[in-house]
Design a protein around this ligand. Structure first.
Ligand code: GLG
Length: 818
């Protein structure tokens, strides 16, 4: 194996060699981008060597592998992470200084792969990071979207979406592996396999084929030699698709039609599903991901194993939400139709291989697909679903004889109003383990959304509370705080053993430490202020309370409740200019799905309110409001370390877990939140006195919803009425009463997520926060205790839980090469 050296001299030599031989340029003529790419390649070389040793160790050990299937990975920038993980950052500074550049300059070329959209995608990235760190043999499978999640901008305050061409300058972190490409089919017909008396084996003749070309990115572990990979598939037309004769005849568009159709599959993340074509494309993507990945998993299995008996002992597949659930039917098809296994054996293998993580409680977020679409796009898979359902319902009938209603509720097929396949049901039926992502979520899944399944198979259900990687979200995002923590704890072991943060608790009573803690926060806030000014022009005060709500825009998350608070403060200051208010910056960040019109309108309203606040000479002395455009992982890494207050105000029972809540608490932000998702577990750990709780709990919310009249709250509460009236009266729309009318109608009409019911409690809680903020030592104490007591929320712990409860995999140590 070729070995890269580990000294500064080796690093410098490789850097110049890469600049010359890989970029084909010299130091005299190199551009900034050349500099970045060269550095990236040199860092990558260090990881490649570890990867080669990891692959060899895995080959020798032939262990059980975790295969993580996910539609999204929200990785964030790679350069700083890989410098840290390869322990080469210390080399860069002296070399860069010699050359007259800074690491910050070079990092500005580091593009974030926008391959995810929210918490689910970032969780996938955190779990991969922790698996590598814990030496768990694992591969993540996903799609290499040509354009990831859109870039968000604002025009007249309204969200505009621009394509994110993230690979435009090339992605130095990725290797393509064309030899491992796969060919998969769509459409076509099925026929009976004549030599199969059971009739369960059939022959599928696809009507269209598409190539999946893989590339992989390296996923290094921290403080260990393991480097795993994430394998991403890109769709390519099969070679015959280019119609040379049409091209020759000048029909250029028609000549490439098939190519365009095939390659559209991996064009964008979550194609808009408001049209028939969009829905078909989404399902195509899902099948494309799992069909390519399963073939690759089988290829890897066969490198060291033969026969099928050992398959579940060597392969555990984790389905990240319902998007990859077609994998179940594809494995059945491969085993039964192509490898001629008998149905029962194939089913037993399948059931022992898969596990399913559910990330939601909202029934509308549980995917279902029309039977008619499946019959056309994946005819064989639809037959397999029917067969799985047939045998499953026999099992149900045997357990609950004559309970037709239960059979209807449990069935994988929904009959009314249109026949559809319930992907979550398919996932539960085909999995060994099903897990929710926080204690409350798992409990509610068992009690409501998946209740019949929990009664049928109670032993299948587990809770695995989410976590976040402290490497990216504390060490990289917040170097100041990290240095302080390491100094206090006497080393960096906390980065791989986050429970050690507990050792900070006594420092919460040490005034000198609190002073330094505050200074770190203050400096982070100054950094944030610079970025806010640069991207919005708004000047914010680093000494103001930094009140942060960063997450996707969704009605259940209740950004509109936060906005009602802001408008109330606005009204209070205008009514009473001498009011002694705590100076506060309210920072929003988040995108709305392109087809989610009500949330796009809310974004517009947030921007309009921000404008009104920031330009009012009176109000802006106390309050600033900013919606930072294009919220992503890189921006999160700047905002989170600067936050004083973390807004986690979803209606209780709606947010499965949340992970932003964990990142913020670990960075010393104090939470204002409802008893929802992982907020509950955060509060249990940091202590009720260090957490600002308000609002209905999940049970009360469910009760209140039965007979709910938001107007009564509006009429009873003058401040609430004034806030709503300000919107309705066109105060934020230059007098136009129509523009934000739908926001008001939604609040007063249905108020689906009970924002008005929680308004007064929320405001009172914010008043308590003001009081607390006036005592700087008291606040800093809460802040320290939040960080100190949140070690549980490391994704290392999450991965250990998955290993113990579900995966039953053992780590494989990779020996040091040096
Ligand atoms: C979900 C949920 C979040 C959860 C995340 C990761 O909405 O509450 O923290 O997955 O489990 N769809 C999501 O982003």
């Amino acid at each position: 194996m070729r070995s890269v050296g580990s000294t500064l001299e080796d690093f410098e030599r490789d850097l110049f060699s890469n600049l010359y031989f890989q970029r084909g340029t010299t130091i005299e003529s190199a551009s900034g981008s050349d500099g970045y790419h060269t550095l990236a390649l040199t860092v990558r070389d260090r990881l490649v060597e570890r990867y080669a040793r990891t692959a060899a160790a895995h080959y020798d050990a032939n262990p059980r592998f975790v295969y993580y299937l996910s539609a999204e990975y929200l990785l964030g920038r790679q350069l700083r992470q890989n410098l840290l993980y390869s322990d080469t950052e210390r080399f860069v500074h002296p070399i860069a200084e010699d050359l007259g550049v800074t690491l910050e300059d070079l990092e500005s070329y580091d593009v974030e792969p926008g391959l995810g959209n929210g918490g689910l995608g970032r969780l996938a990235a955190c779990l991969l990071d922790s698996m590598a760190t814990l030496d768990i043999p694992a591969v993540g499978y996903g799609i290499r979207y040509e354009f990831g999640i859109f870039k968000q901008g604002f025009r007249d305050g309204a969200q505009v979406e621009r394509p994110d061409d993230w690979t435009f300058y090339g992605n130095p972190w990725e290797f393509s592996a064309p030899d491992d490409r796969q060919v998969i089919g769509f459409y076509g017909t099925t026929a009976r396999a004549l030599d199969d008396p059971s009739g369960l084996r059939r022959q599928w003749t696809p009507g269209e084929t598409v190539r999946g070309e893989p590339s992989h990115m390296l996923v290094p572990g921290y403080g260990t030699q393991t480097v795993n990979i994430i394998r991403l598939w890109q769709a390519r037309a099969s070679r015959e698709s280019f119609d040379l004769s049409r091209f020759g005849a000048g029909q250029y568009k028609e000549a490439v039609e098939d190519i365009v159709r095939a390659e559209n599959i991996s064009k964008v993340l979550y194609p808009d599903d408001s049209t028939e074509q969009g829905r078909e494309l989404r399902l195509k993507q899902q099948y494309f991901l799992v069909a390519c990945s399963l073939r690759d998993i089988i290829r890897r299995y066969r490198l060291r194993n033969s026969g099928w008996d050992a398959f579940p002992a060597k392969v555990v597949i984790q389905l990240n939400d319902t998007h990859p659930v077609m994998a179940v039917t594809e494995l059945m098809r491969l085993l039964v139709d192509e490898h001629h296994l008998d149905w029962d054996l194939a089913w037993s293998i399948t059931r022992r291989t898969f596990n399913y993580t559910c990330h939601t409680l909202l029934p509308e977020a549980l995917e279902t697909w029309p039977v008619s679409l499946l019959e056309r796009l994946l005819p064989r898979h639809m037959e397999i679903i029917y067969a799985i359902n047939y045998f499953f319902l026999q099992e149900v009938e045997a357990t609950y004889p004559g309970d037709a209603d239960r059979i209807r509720r449990l069935s994988i097929i929904q009959e009314e109003p249109e026949k559809r396949v319930r992907m979550a049901h398919l996932a539960v039926v085909a999995s060994t383990a099903v897990n929710g992502v926080a204690e409350l979520h798992t409990r509610l899944l068992q009690a409501t959304t998946l209740r019949d399944f929990a009664e049928l198979w109670p032993q299948k259900f587990h809770n695995v509370t989410n976590g976040v990687t402290p490497r990216r979200f504390v060490r990289l995002a917040n170097p100041r705080l990290s240095a302080l923590i390491s100094e206090r704890l006497g080393g960096e072991q906390w980065l791989t053993d986050l429970d050690r943060l507990d050792g900070l608790a006594p420092a919460a009573d040490d005034p000198a430490f609190l002073e330094r803690w505050r200074a770190a926060k203050r400096a982070n806030k100054a950094d944030l202020a610079k970025q806010v000014e640069k991207s919005t022009g708004v000047v914010i005060d680093p000494d103001a309370l930094c009140d942060v709500m960063i997450k996707r825009f969704h009605e259940y998350k209740r950004q509109h409740l936060k906005l009602l608070h802001v408008i109330t403060l606005f009204n209070r200051i205008r009514e009473n200019p001498d009011l002694d208010l705590v100076p506060r910056t309210v920072l929003f960040g988040g995108k709305a799905a392109p087809g989610y019109h009500s949330m796009k309108l809310l974004i517009r309203l947030v921007n309009a309110v921000a404008d009104a606040v920031n330009t009012d000479p009176l109000v802006s002395r106390h309050l600033k409001v900013v919606l930072l455009p294009d919220y992503n992982v890189s921006r999160a890494q700047v905002i989170i370390p600067a936050a004083d207050l973390s807004e986690q105000i979803s209606l209780a029972g709606k947010e499965a877990s949340g992970t932003g809540n964990m990142k913020l608490a670990l960075n010393g932000a104090v939470t204002i939140g409802t008893l929802d998702g992982a907020n509950i577990e955060i509060r249990d750990r940091v202590g009720a006195e260090n957490f600002f709780l308000f609002g209905l709990d999940a049970h009360e919310a469910a009760e209140a919803r039965r007979d709910y009249h938001p107007r009564e709250y509006y009429e009873r509460d003058p401040e609430l009425r004034a806030a709503v009236d300000a919107i309705a009266g066109g105060m934020f729309a230059k007098g136009d009463r129509g523009l934000f009318g739908p926001v008001v109608d939604a609040m007063l009409g249905r108020d689906e997520y009970l924002a008005l019911a929680d308004y007064r409690a929320y405001l009172e809680c914010q008043d308590r926060i003001e009081q607390a903020w006036r005592d700087p030592d008291g606040w800093a104490r809460m802040s320290v205790l939040n960080a100190a007591r949140c070690g549980f929320f490391s994704s290392d712990r999450t991965v250990r839980d998955y290993c113990d409860l579900i995966w039953r995999v053992e780590p494989v140590r990779v020996l040091d090469g040096g």
